[in-house]
Every structure is written in structure tokens, then in C-alpha cells.
Design a protein around this ligand. Structure first.
Ligand SMILES: NC(=O)c1ccc[n+]([C@@H]2O[C@H](COP(=O)([O-])OP(=O)(O)OC[C@H]3O[C@@H](n4cnc5c(N)ncnc54)[C@H](O)[C@@H]3O)[C@@H](O)[C@H]2O)c1
Length: 382
């Protein structure tokens, strides 16, 4: 059983005060994958927790080809030299990237920028030697380039798949809990994940009554007009006040988790449900769209209160599953086929966890961690 990260690398920028870490939690088939985040508050511990979650996520993703990793840079992603910092970090990490450590985007880092820098510094899409020699993978990479440009329900595939997957996890968990039709939902975050998640839930008949972004909690007990809010959304996932209707209330965004609703979904930042606020949660289901949004202390409070948690590494695996199925040729480059595959997998895994929780009365995170324990690491390619 892998319970410690296999490799952690630390980096200090020579041109700025940026600092960064690459944590390779485990290699499977000499390969691992995960995102890169940039934020002033990133720490080594956070990167390790995120990489650990990636290890569990690839296991839940049924991957036989990839382990989990994560990169994090402590720097302001809005700074004028943020992309230069990202490039210098990736140059420093190139020996690992060249050996099959595949890093993508995450909070504050755009996947397109990562792909462009990887090309510029001569790495290309990170692969092991065996992958580079495999014509099927070469074709998979070409297919992946095409899939990145495809759309589904008006969203680019990568901007859609994680949010839709979280919506499927929500629906499966809610049905097993025998929750009422038209349940009310509040989402924290309206970026890539939050906007597509709200769209899919709205289409499935859930009533999205609140959305929190960096500026406020927008709340309406009768339900928000999701298509309009999505269509008018501002860059960086901000709600557009021009789309607000007269009966909408603008509340402080810290109130997102204490409103009287059936389901709350953190889809923005880490550690937002913590020891200082977990006792205020009134919902009976928390669905984790963000990575590590609940601290271990908050978990204890939710467990005591009998609140179920659909955990991050099961609910939000859409973004890594799409990469996996396209690169390794599991799905054709057909948007509906890719969405169906993600839906099948996320519903199946959510069902496994929630049915066992119902049967045993145990906490969902404990069950999920048992079922999806990552494999012990093998080595990087050399
Ligand atoms: N993008 C993906 O495919 C993907 C996949 C898996 C997990 N995740 C995780 O989901 C989360 C969101 O990712 P994203 O890609 O949607 O990010 P994003 O940058 O597109 O959007 C972030 C959203 O959070 C909001 N926000 C920021 N600070 C806030 C605050 N204090 N209160 C309320 N809202 C706040 C922003 O206004 C924005 O709406 C992250 O934890 C990320 O790691 C993303």
C-alpha cells in the first residue's frame, strides 16, 4: 500500500521569489500525471496532499497506465511574469517530464500554456520511452489534440467533462440517499468546473439556488437562471452582474456553505470546509468538485453530523479520464462516447461507495479510500 509520496522535488526560482514543488506520489507503468497550480499560498504540504489525491484518483479511474503527481508554484498567477516563472519551473523539471511525468493545468495555470511551453522547451507531451515507441500512443496524442478542440453542449471538452462528471456523482449519490426530486444546490465556484456542473445539474432537474464566486454569493430560493449566467460569465469564472435578476440576493460569499439547501458543492478552492465552519453545514450531502476542499478536522465534524461526502477523487475524475481514454485508445474521439464513458465510471464508483455506506453506516471517505487505495509506486523511466 502506498501511503507516502514516492518523490518530492523542491525548486527555487533564480529570477524571482517564486518557489515550487513537484510531487510524484506513485508511478504506474513508469508513468504519472496531474496538474500544475500557481497561487501565492501554495505550500509543499498542499502539493503533497494534492498528489496523494491524484494517486487515488487514477486508481478510481481504473488506470493501468498512470500514477498520480502534482506540481505547485507559490507565486501570483496574475503577475506579469507568471508565464516566465511557469516556463522556468518546467525547464527545471524537464528531466522528470522527459521520463514520463505528465503535468497539465490546474488553479491559476492554463492547460494551453503548459502544452505550449512543453513544446517550446522541446519536451512535447511527456511520455515514457515505451510510449514514444508505440504507434497507437502516437495516434492517441493526435486524437487528443483534436478532442481538445471539440465541444459538447457549447463547452470545450476539457471545460465540460469534470463538471458533468461531478453532476453525475451528485445525482447517483442523491438517488442512493433517496433524496427528493428537484433538490436544491449551492455551488462554490463558477469557473471551468462550476459553470459546466451548474449546467448539467440544471438540465437534470436540480434547482441551483446559489452560486458563489470570488465576489459574492448569488442566491435565489426560486432557482437561478443558469443558462443566462453561464452565457454571460466573465473571464476567470466571475458572475456577470448584468445577468442578475431583481429577485436575486447578493450575500457575502462566505455564507455559501451555511444556507438551508439539500446539497452543497465546493468547486473552487482547497480547505474551504474546515474546523471553523463545518458545524454550520445544513445540507445532507457534500459533493467535492474541487480537490481537497475538506480538511481532516472538518471531516470529523461532518462524520459526527451524519453528512455524506462524495469525495474528490471519485467525483471529479472526468478531466483525467478523458486524457486516459483518448491517449490510450479506450474511446474513439467522439464527444458523446467520451461523456458516456465518464458517466458510467463515475456512477459505478459513487454507487459502490454510497451503497456500502448505506449498508454499514460508515463514513463515505473511509470507504472510498479503502476501495481505491493506489498501487505501490514503480520507478520512473530512465
Ligand atoms: N478544471 C478541471 O478540469 C478540474 C479537474 C479536477 C479538479 N479541479 C478542481 O476544481 C477546482 C476549480 O477548478 P476550475 O478549473 O473550475 O478553476 P477556475 O479558476 O476556472 O475557477 C475558480 C472559481 O473559483 C472562484 N473563487 C475563487 N476564490 C473564491 C472564493 N474565495 N469564494 C468563492 N469562489 C471563489 C472564482 O471566482 C472562479 O469562479 C480546483 O480545486 C481544481 O483543482 C479542476
Amino acid at each position: 500500500m502506498a501511503n507516502k509520496p514516492y518523490i518530492v522535488v523542491e525548486w527555487n526560482d533564480t529570477e524571482s521569489d517564486a518557489k515550487g514543488w513537484l510531487c510524484m506520489y506513485n508511478f504506474v507503468n513508469h508513468y504519472c500525471g496531474g496538474g500544475t497550480r500557481m497561487h501565492p499560498t501554495v505550500t509543499k504540504e498542499e502539493v503533497i496532499r494534492l498528489a496523494t489525491a491524484m494517486g487515488y484518483k487514477y486508481k478510481a479511474c481504473e488506470s493501468e497506465t498512470t500514477g498520480g503527481c502534482k506540481a505547485g508554484i507559490a507565486y501570483d498567477y496574475k503577475a506579469p511574469d507568471a508565464l516566465d516563472v511557469l516556463e522556468r519551473f518546467m525547464v527545471a523539471m524537464a528531466p522528470y517530464l522527459n521520463a514520463g511525468v505528465s503535468i497539465g493545468g490546474d488553479l491559476g495555470v492554463d492547460y494551453g500554456d503548459v502544452l505550449r511551453i512543453l513544446d517550446d522547451i522541446g519536451v512535447g507531451l511527456p511520455q515514457t520511452k515505451a510510449m514514444k515507441a508505440d504507434p497507437k500512443i502516437e495516434q492517441g496524442i493526435k486524437n487528443h489534440d483534436e478532442v481538445c478542440d471539440m465541444t459538447y453542449d457549447g463547452f470545450k471538452m476539457y471545460d465540460m467533462i469534470t463538471g458533468y462528471g461531478v453532476a453525475f456523482a451528485t445525482d447517483e449519490a442523491w438517488k442512493i440517499k433517496e433524496g427528493r426530486e428537484g433538490a436544491t444546490v449551492i455551488i462554490q465556484g463558477f469557473g471551468c468546473v462550476g459553470a459546466s456542473l451548474a449546467t448539467c445539474l440544471d438540465k437534470m432537474g436540480y434547482k441551483v439556488v446559489g452560486i458563489a464566486d470570488v465576489n459574492q454569493l448569488l442566491y435565489c430560493p426560486d432557482g437561478l437562471n443558469i443558462p443566462k449566467l453561464v452565457e454571460t460569465r466573465l473571464p476567470k469564472g466571475e458572475l456577470n452582474p448584468e445577468a442578475f435578476e431583481d429577485n436575486y440576493q447578493k450575500l457575502p460569499n462566505s455564507q455559501w456553505l451555511e444556507m438551508d439547501v439539500d446539497i452543497i458543492i465546493p468547486a473552487a478552492l482547497e480547505d474551504v470546509i474546515n474546523k471553523d465552519n463545518a458545524d454550520k453545514v445544513k445540507a445532507s450531502l457534500v459533493v467535492e468538485a474541487a480537490n481537497i476542499p475538506t480538511t481532516p478536522e472538518a471531516d470529523e465534524i461532518l462524520r459526527e453530523k451524519g453528512i455524506d461526502v462524495a469525495v474528490d477523487f471519485v467525483s471529479n475524475l472526468g478531466g483525467i479520464r478523458i486524457y486516459e481514454v483518448v491517449i490510450f485508445g479506450i474511446c474513439d474521439k467522439v464527444p458523446q462516447e467520451i461523456v458516456d464513458d465518464t458517466e458510467r465510471l463515475i456512477r459505478k464508483n459513487t454507487r459502490l461507495v454510497f451503497e456500502k455506506a448505506k449498508e454499514t453506516g460508515r463514513f463515505t471517505r473511509d470507504i472510498a479510500k479503502e476501495i481505491f487505495t493506489p498501487d505501490k509506486s514503480d520507478t520512473p523511466d530512465n
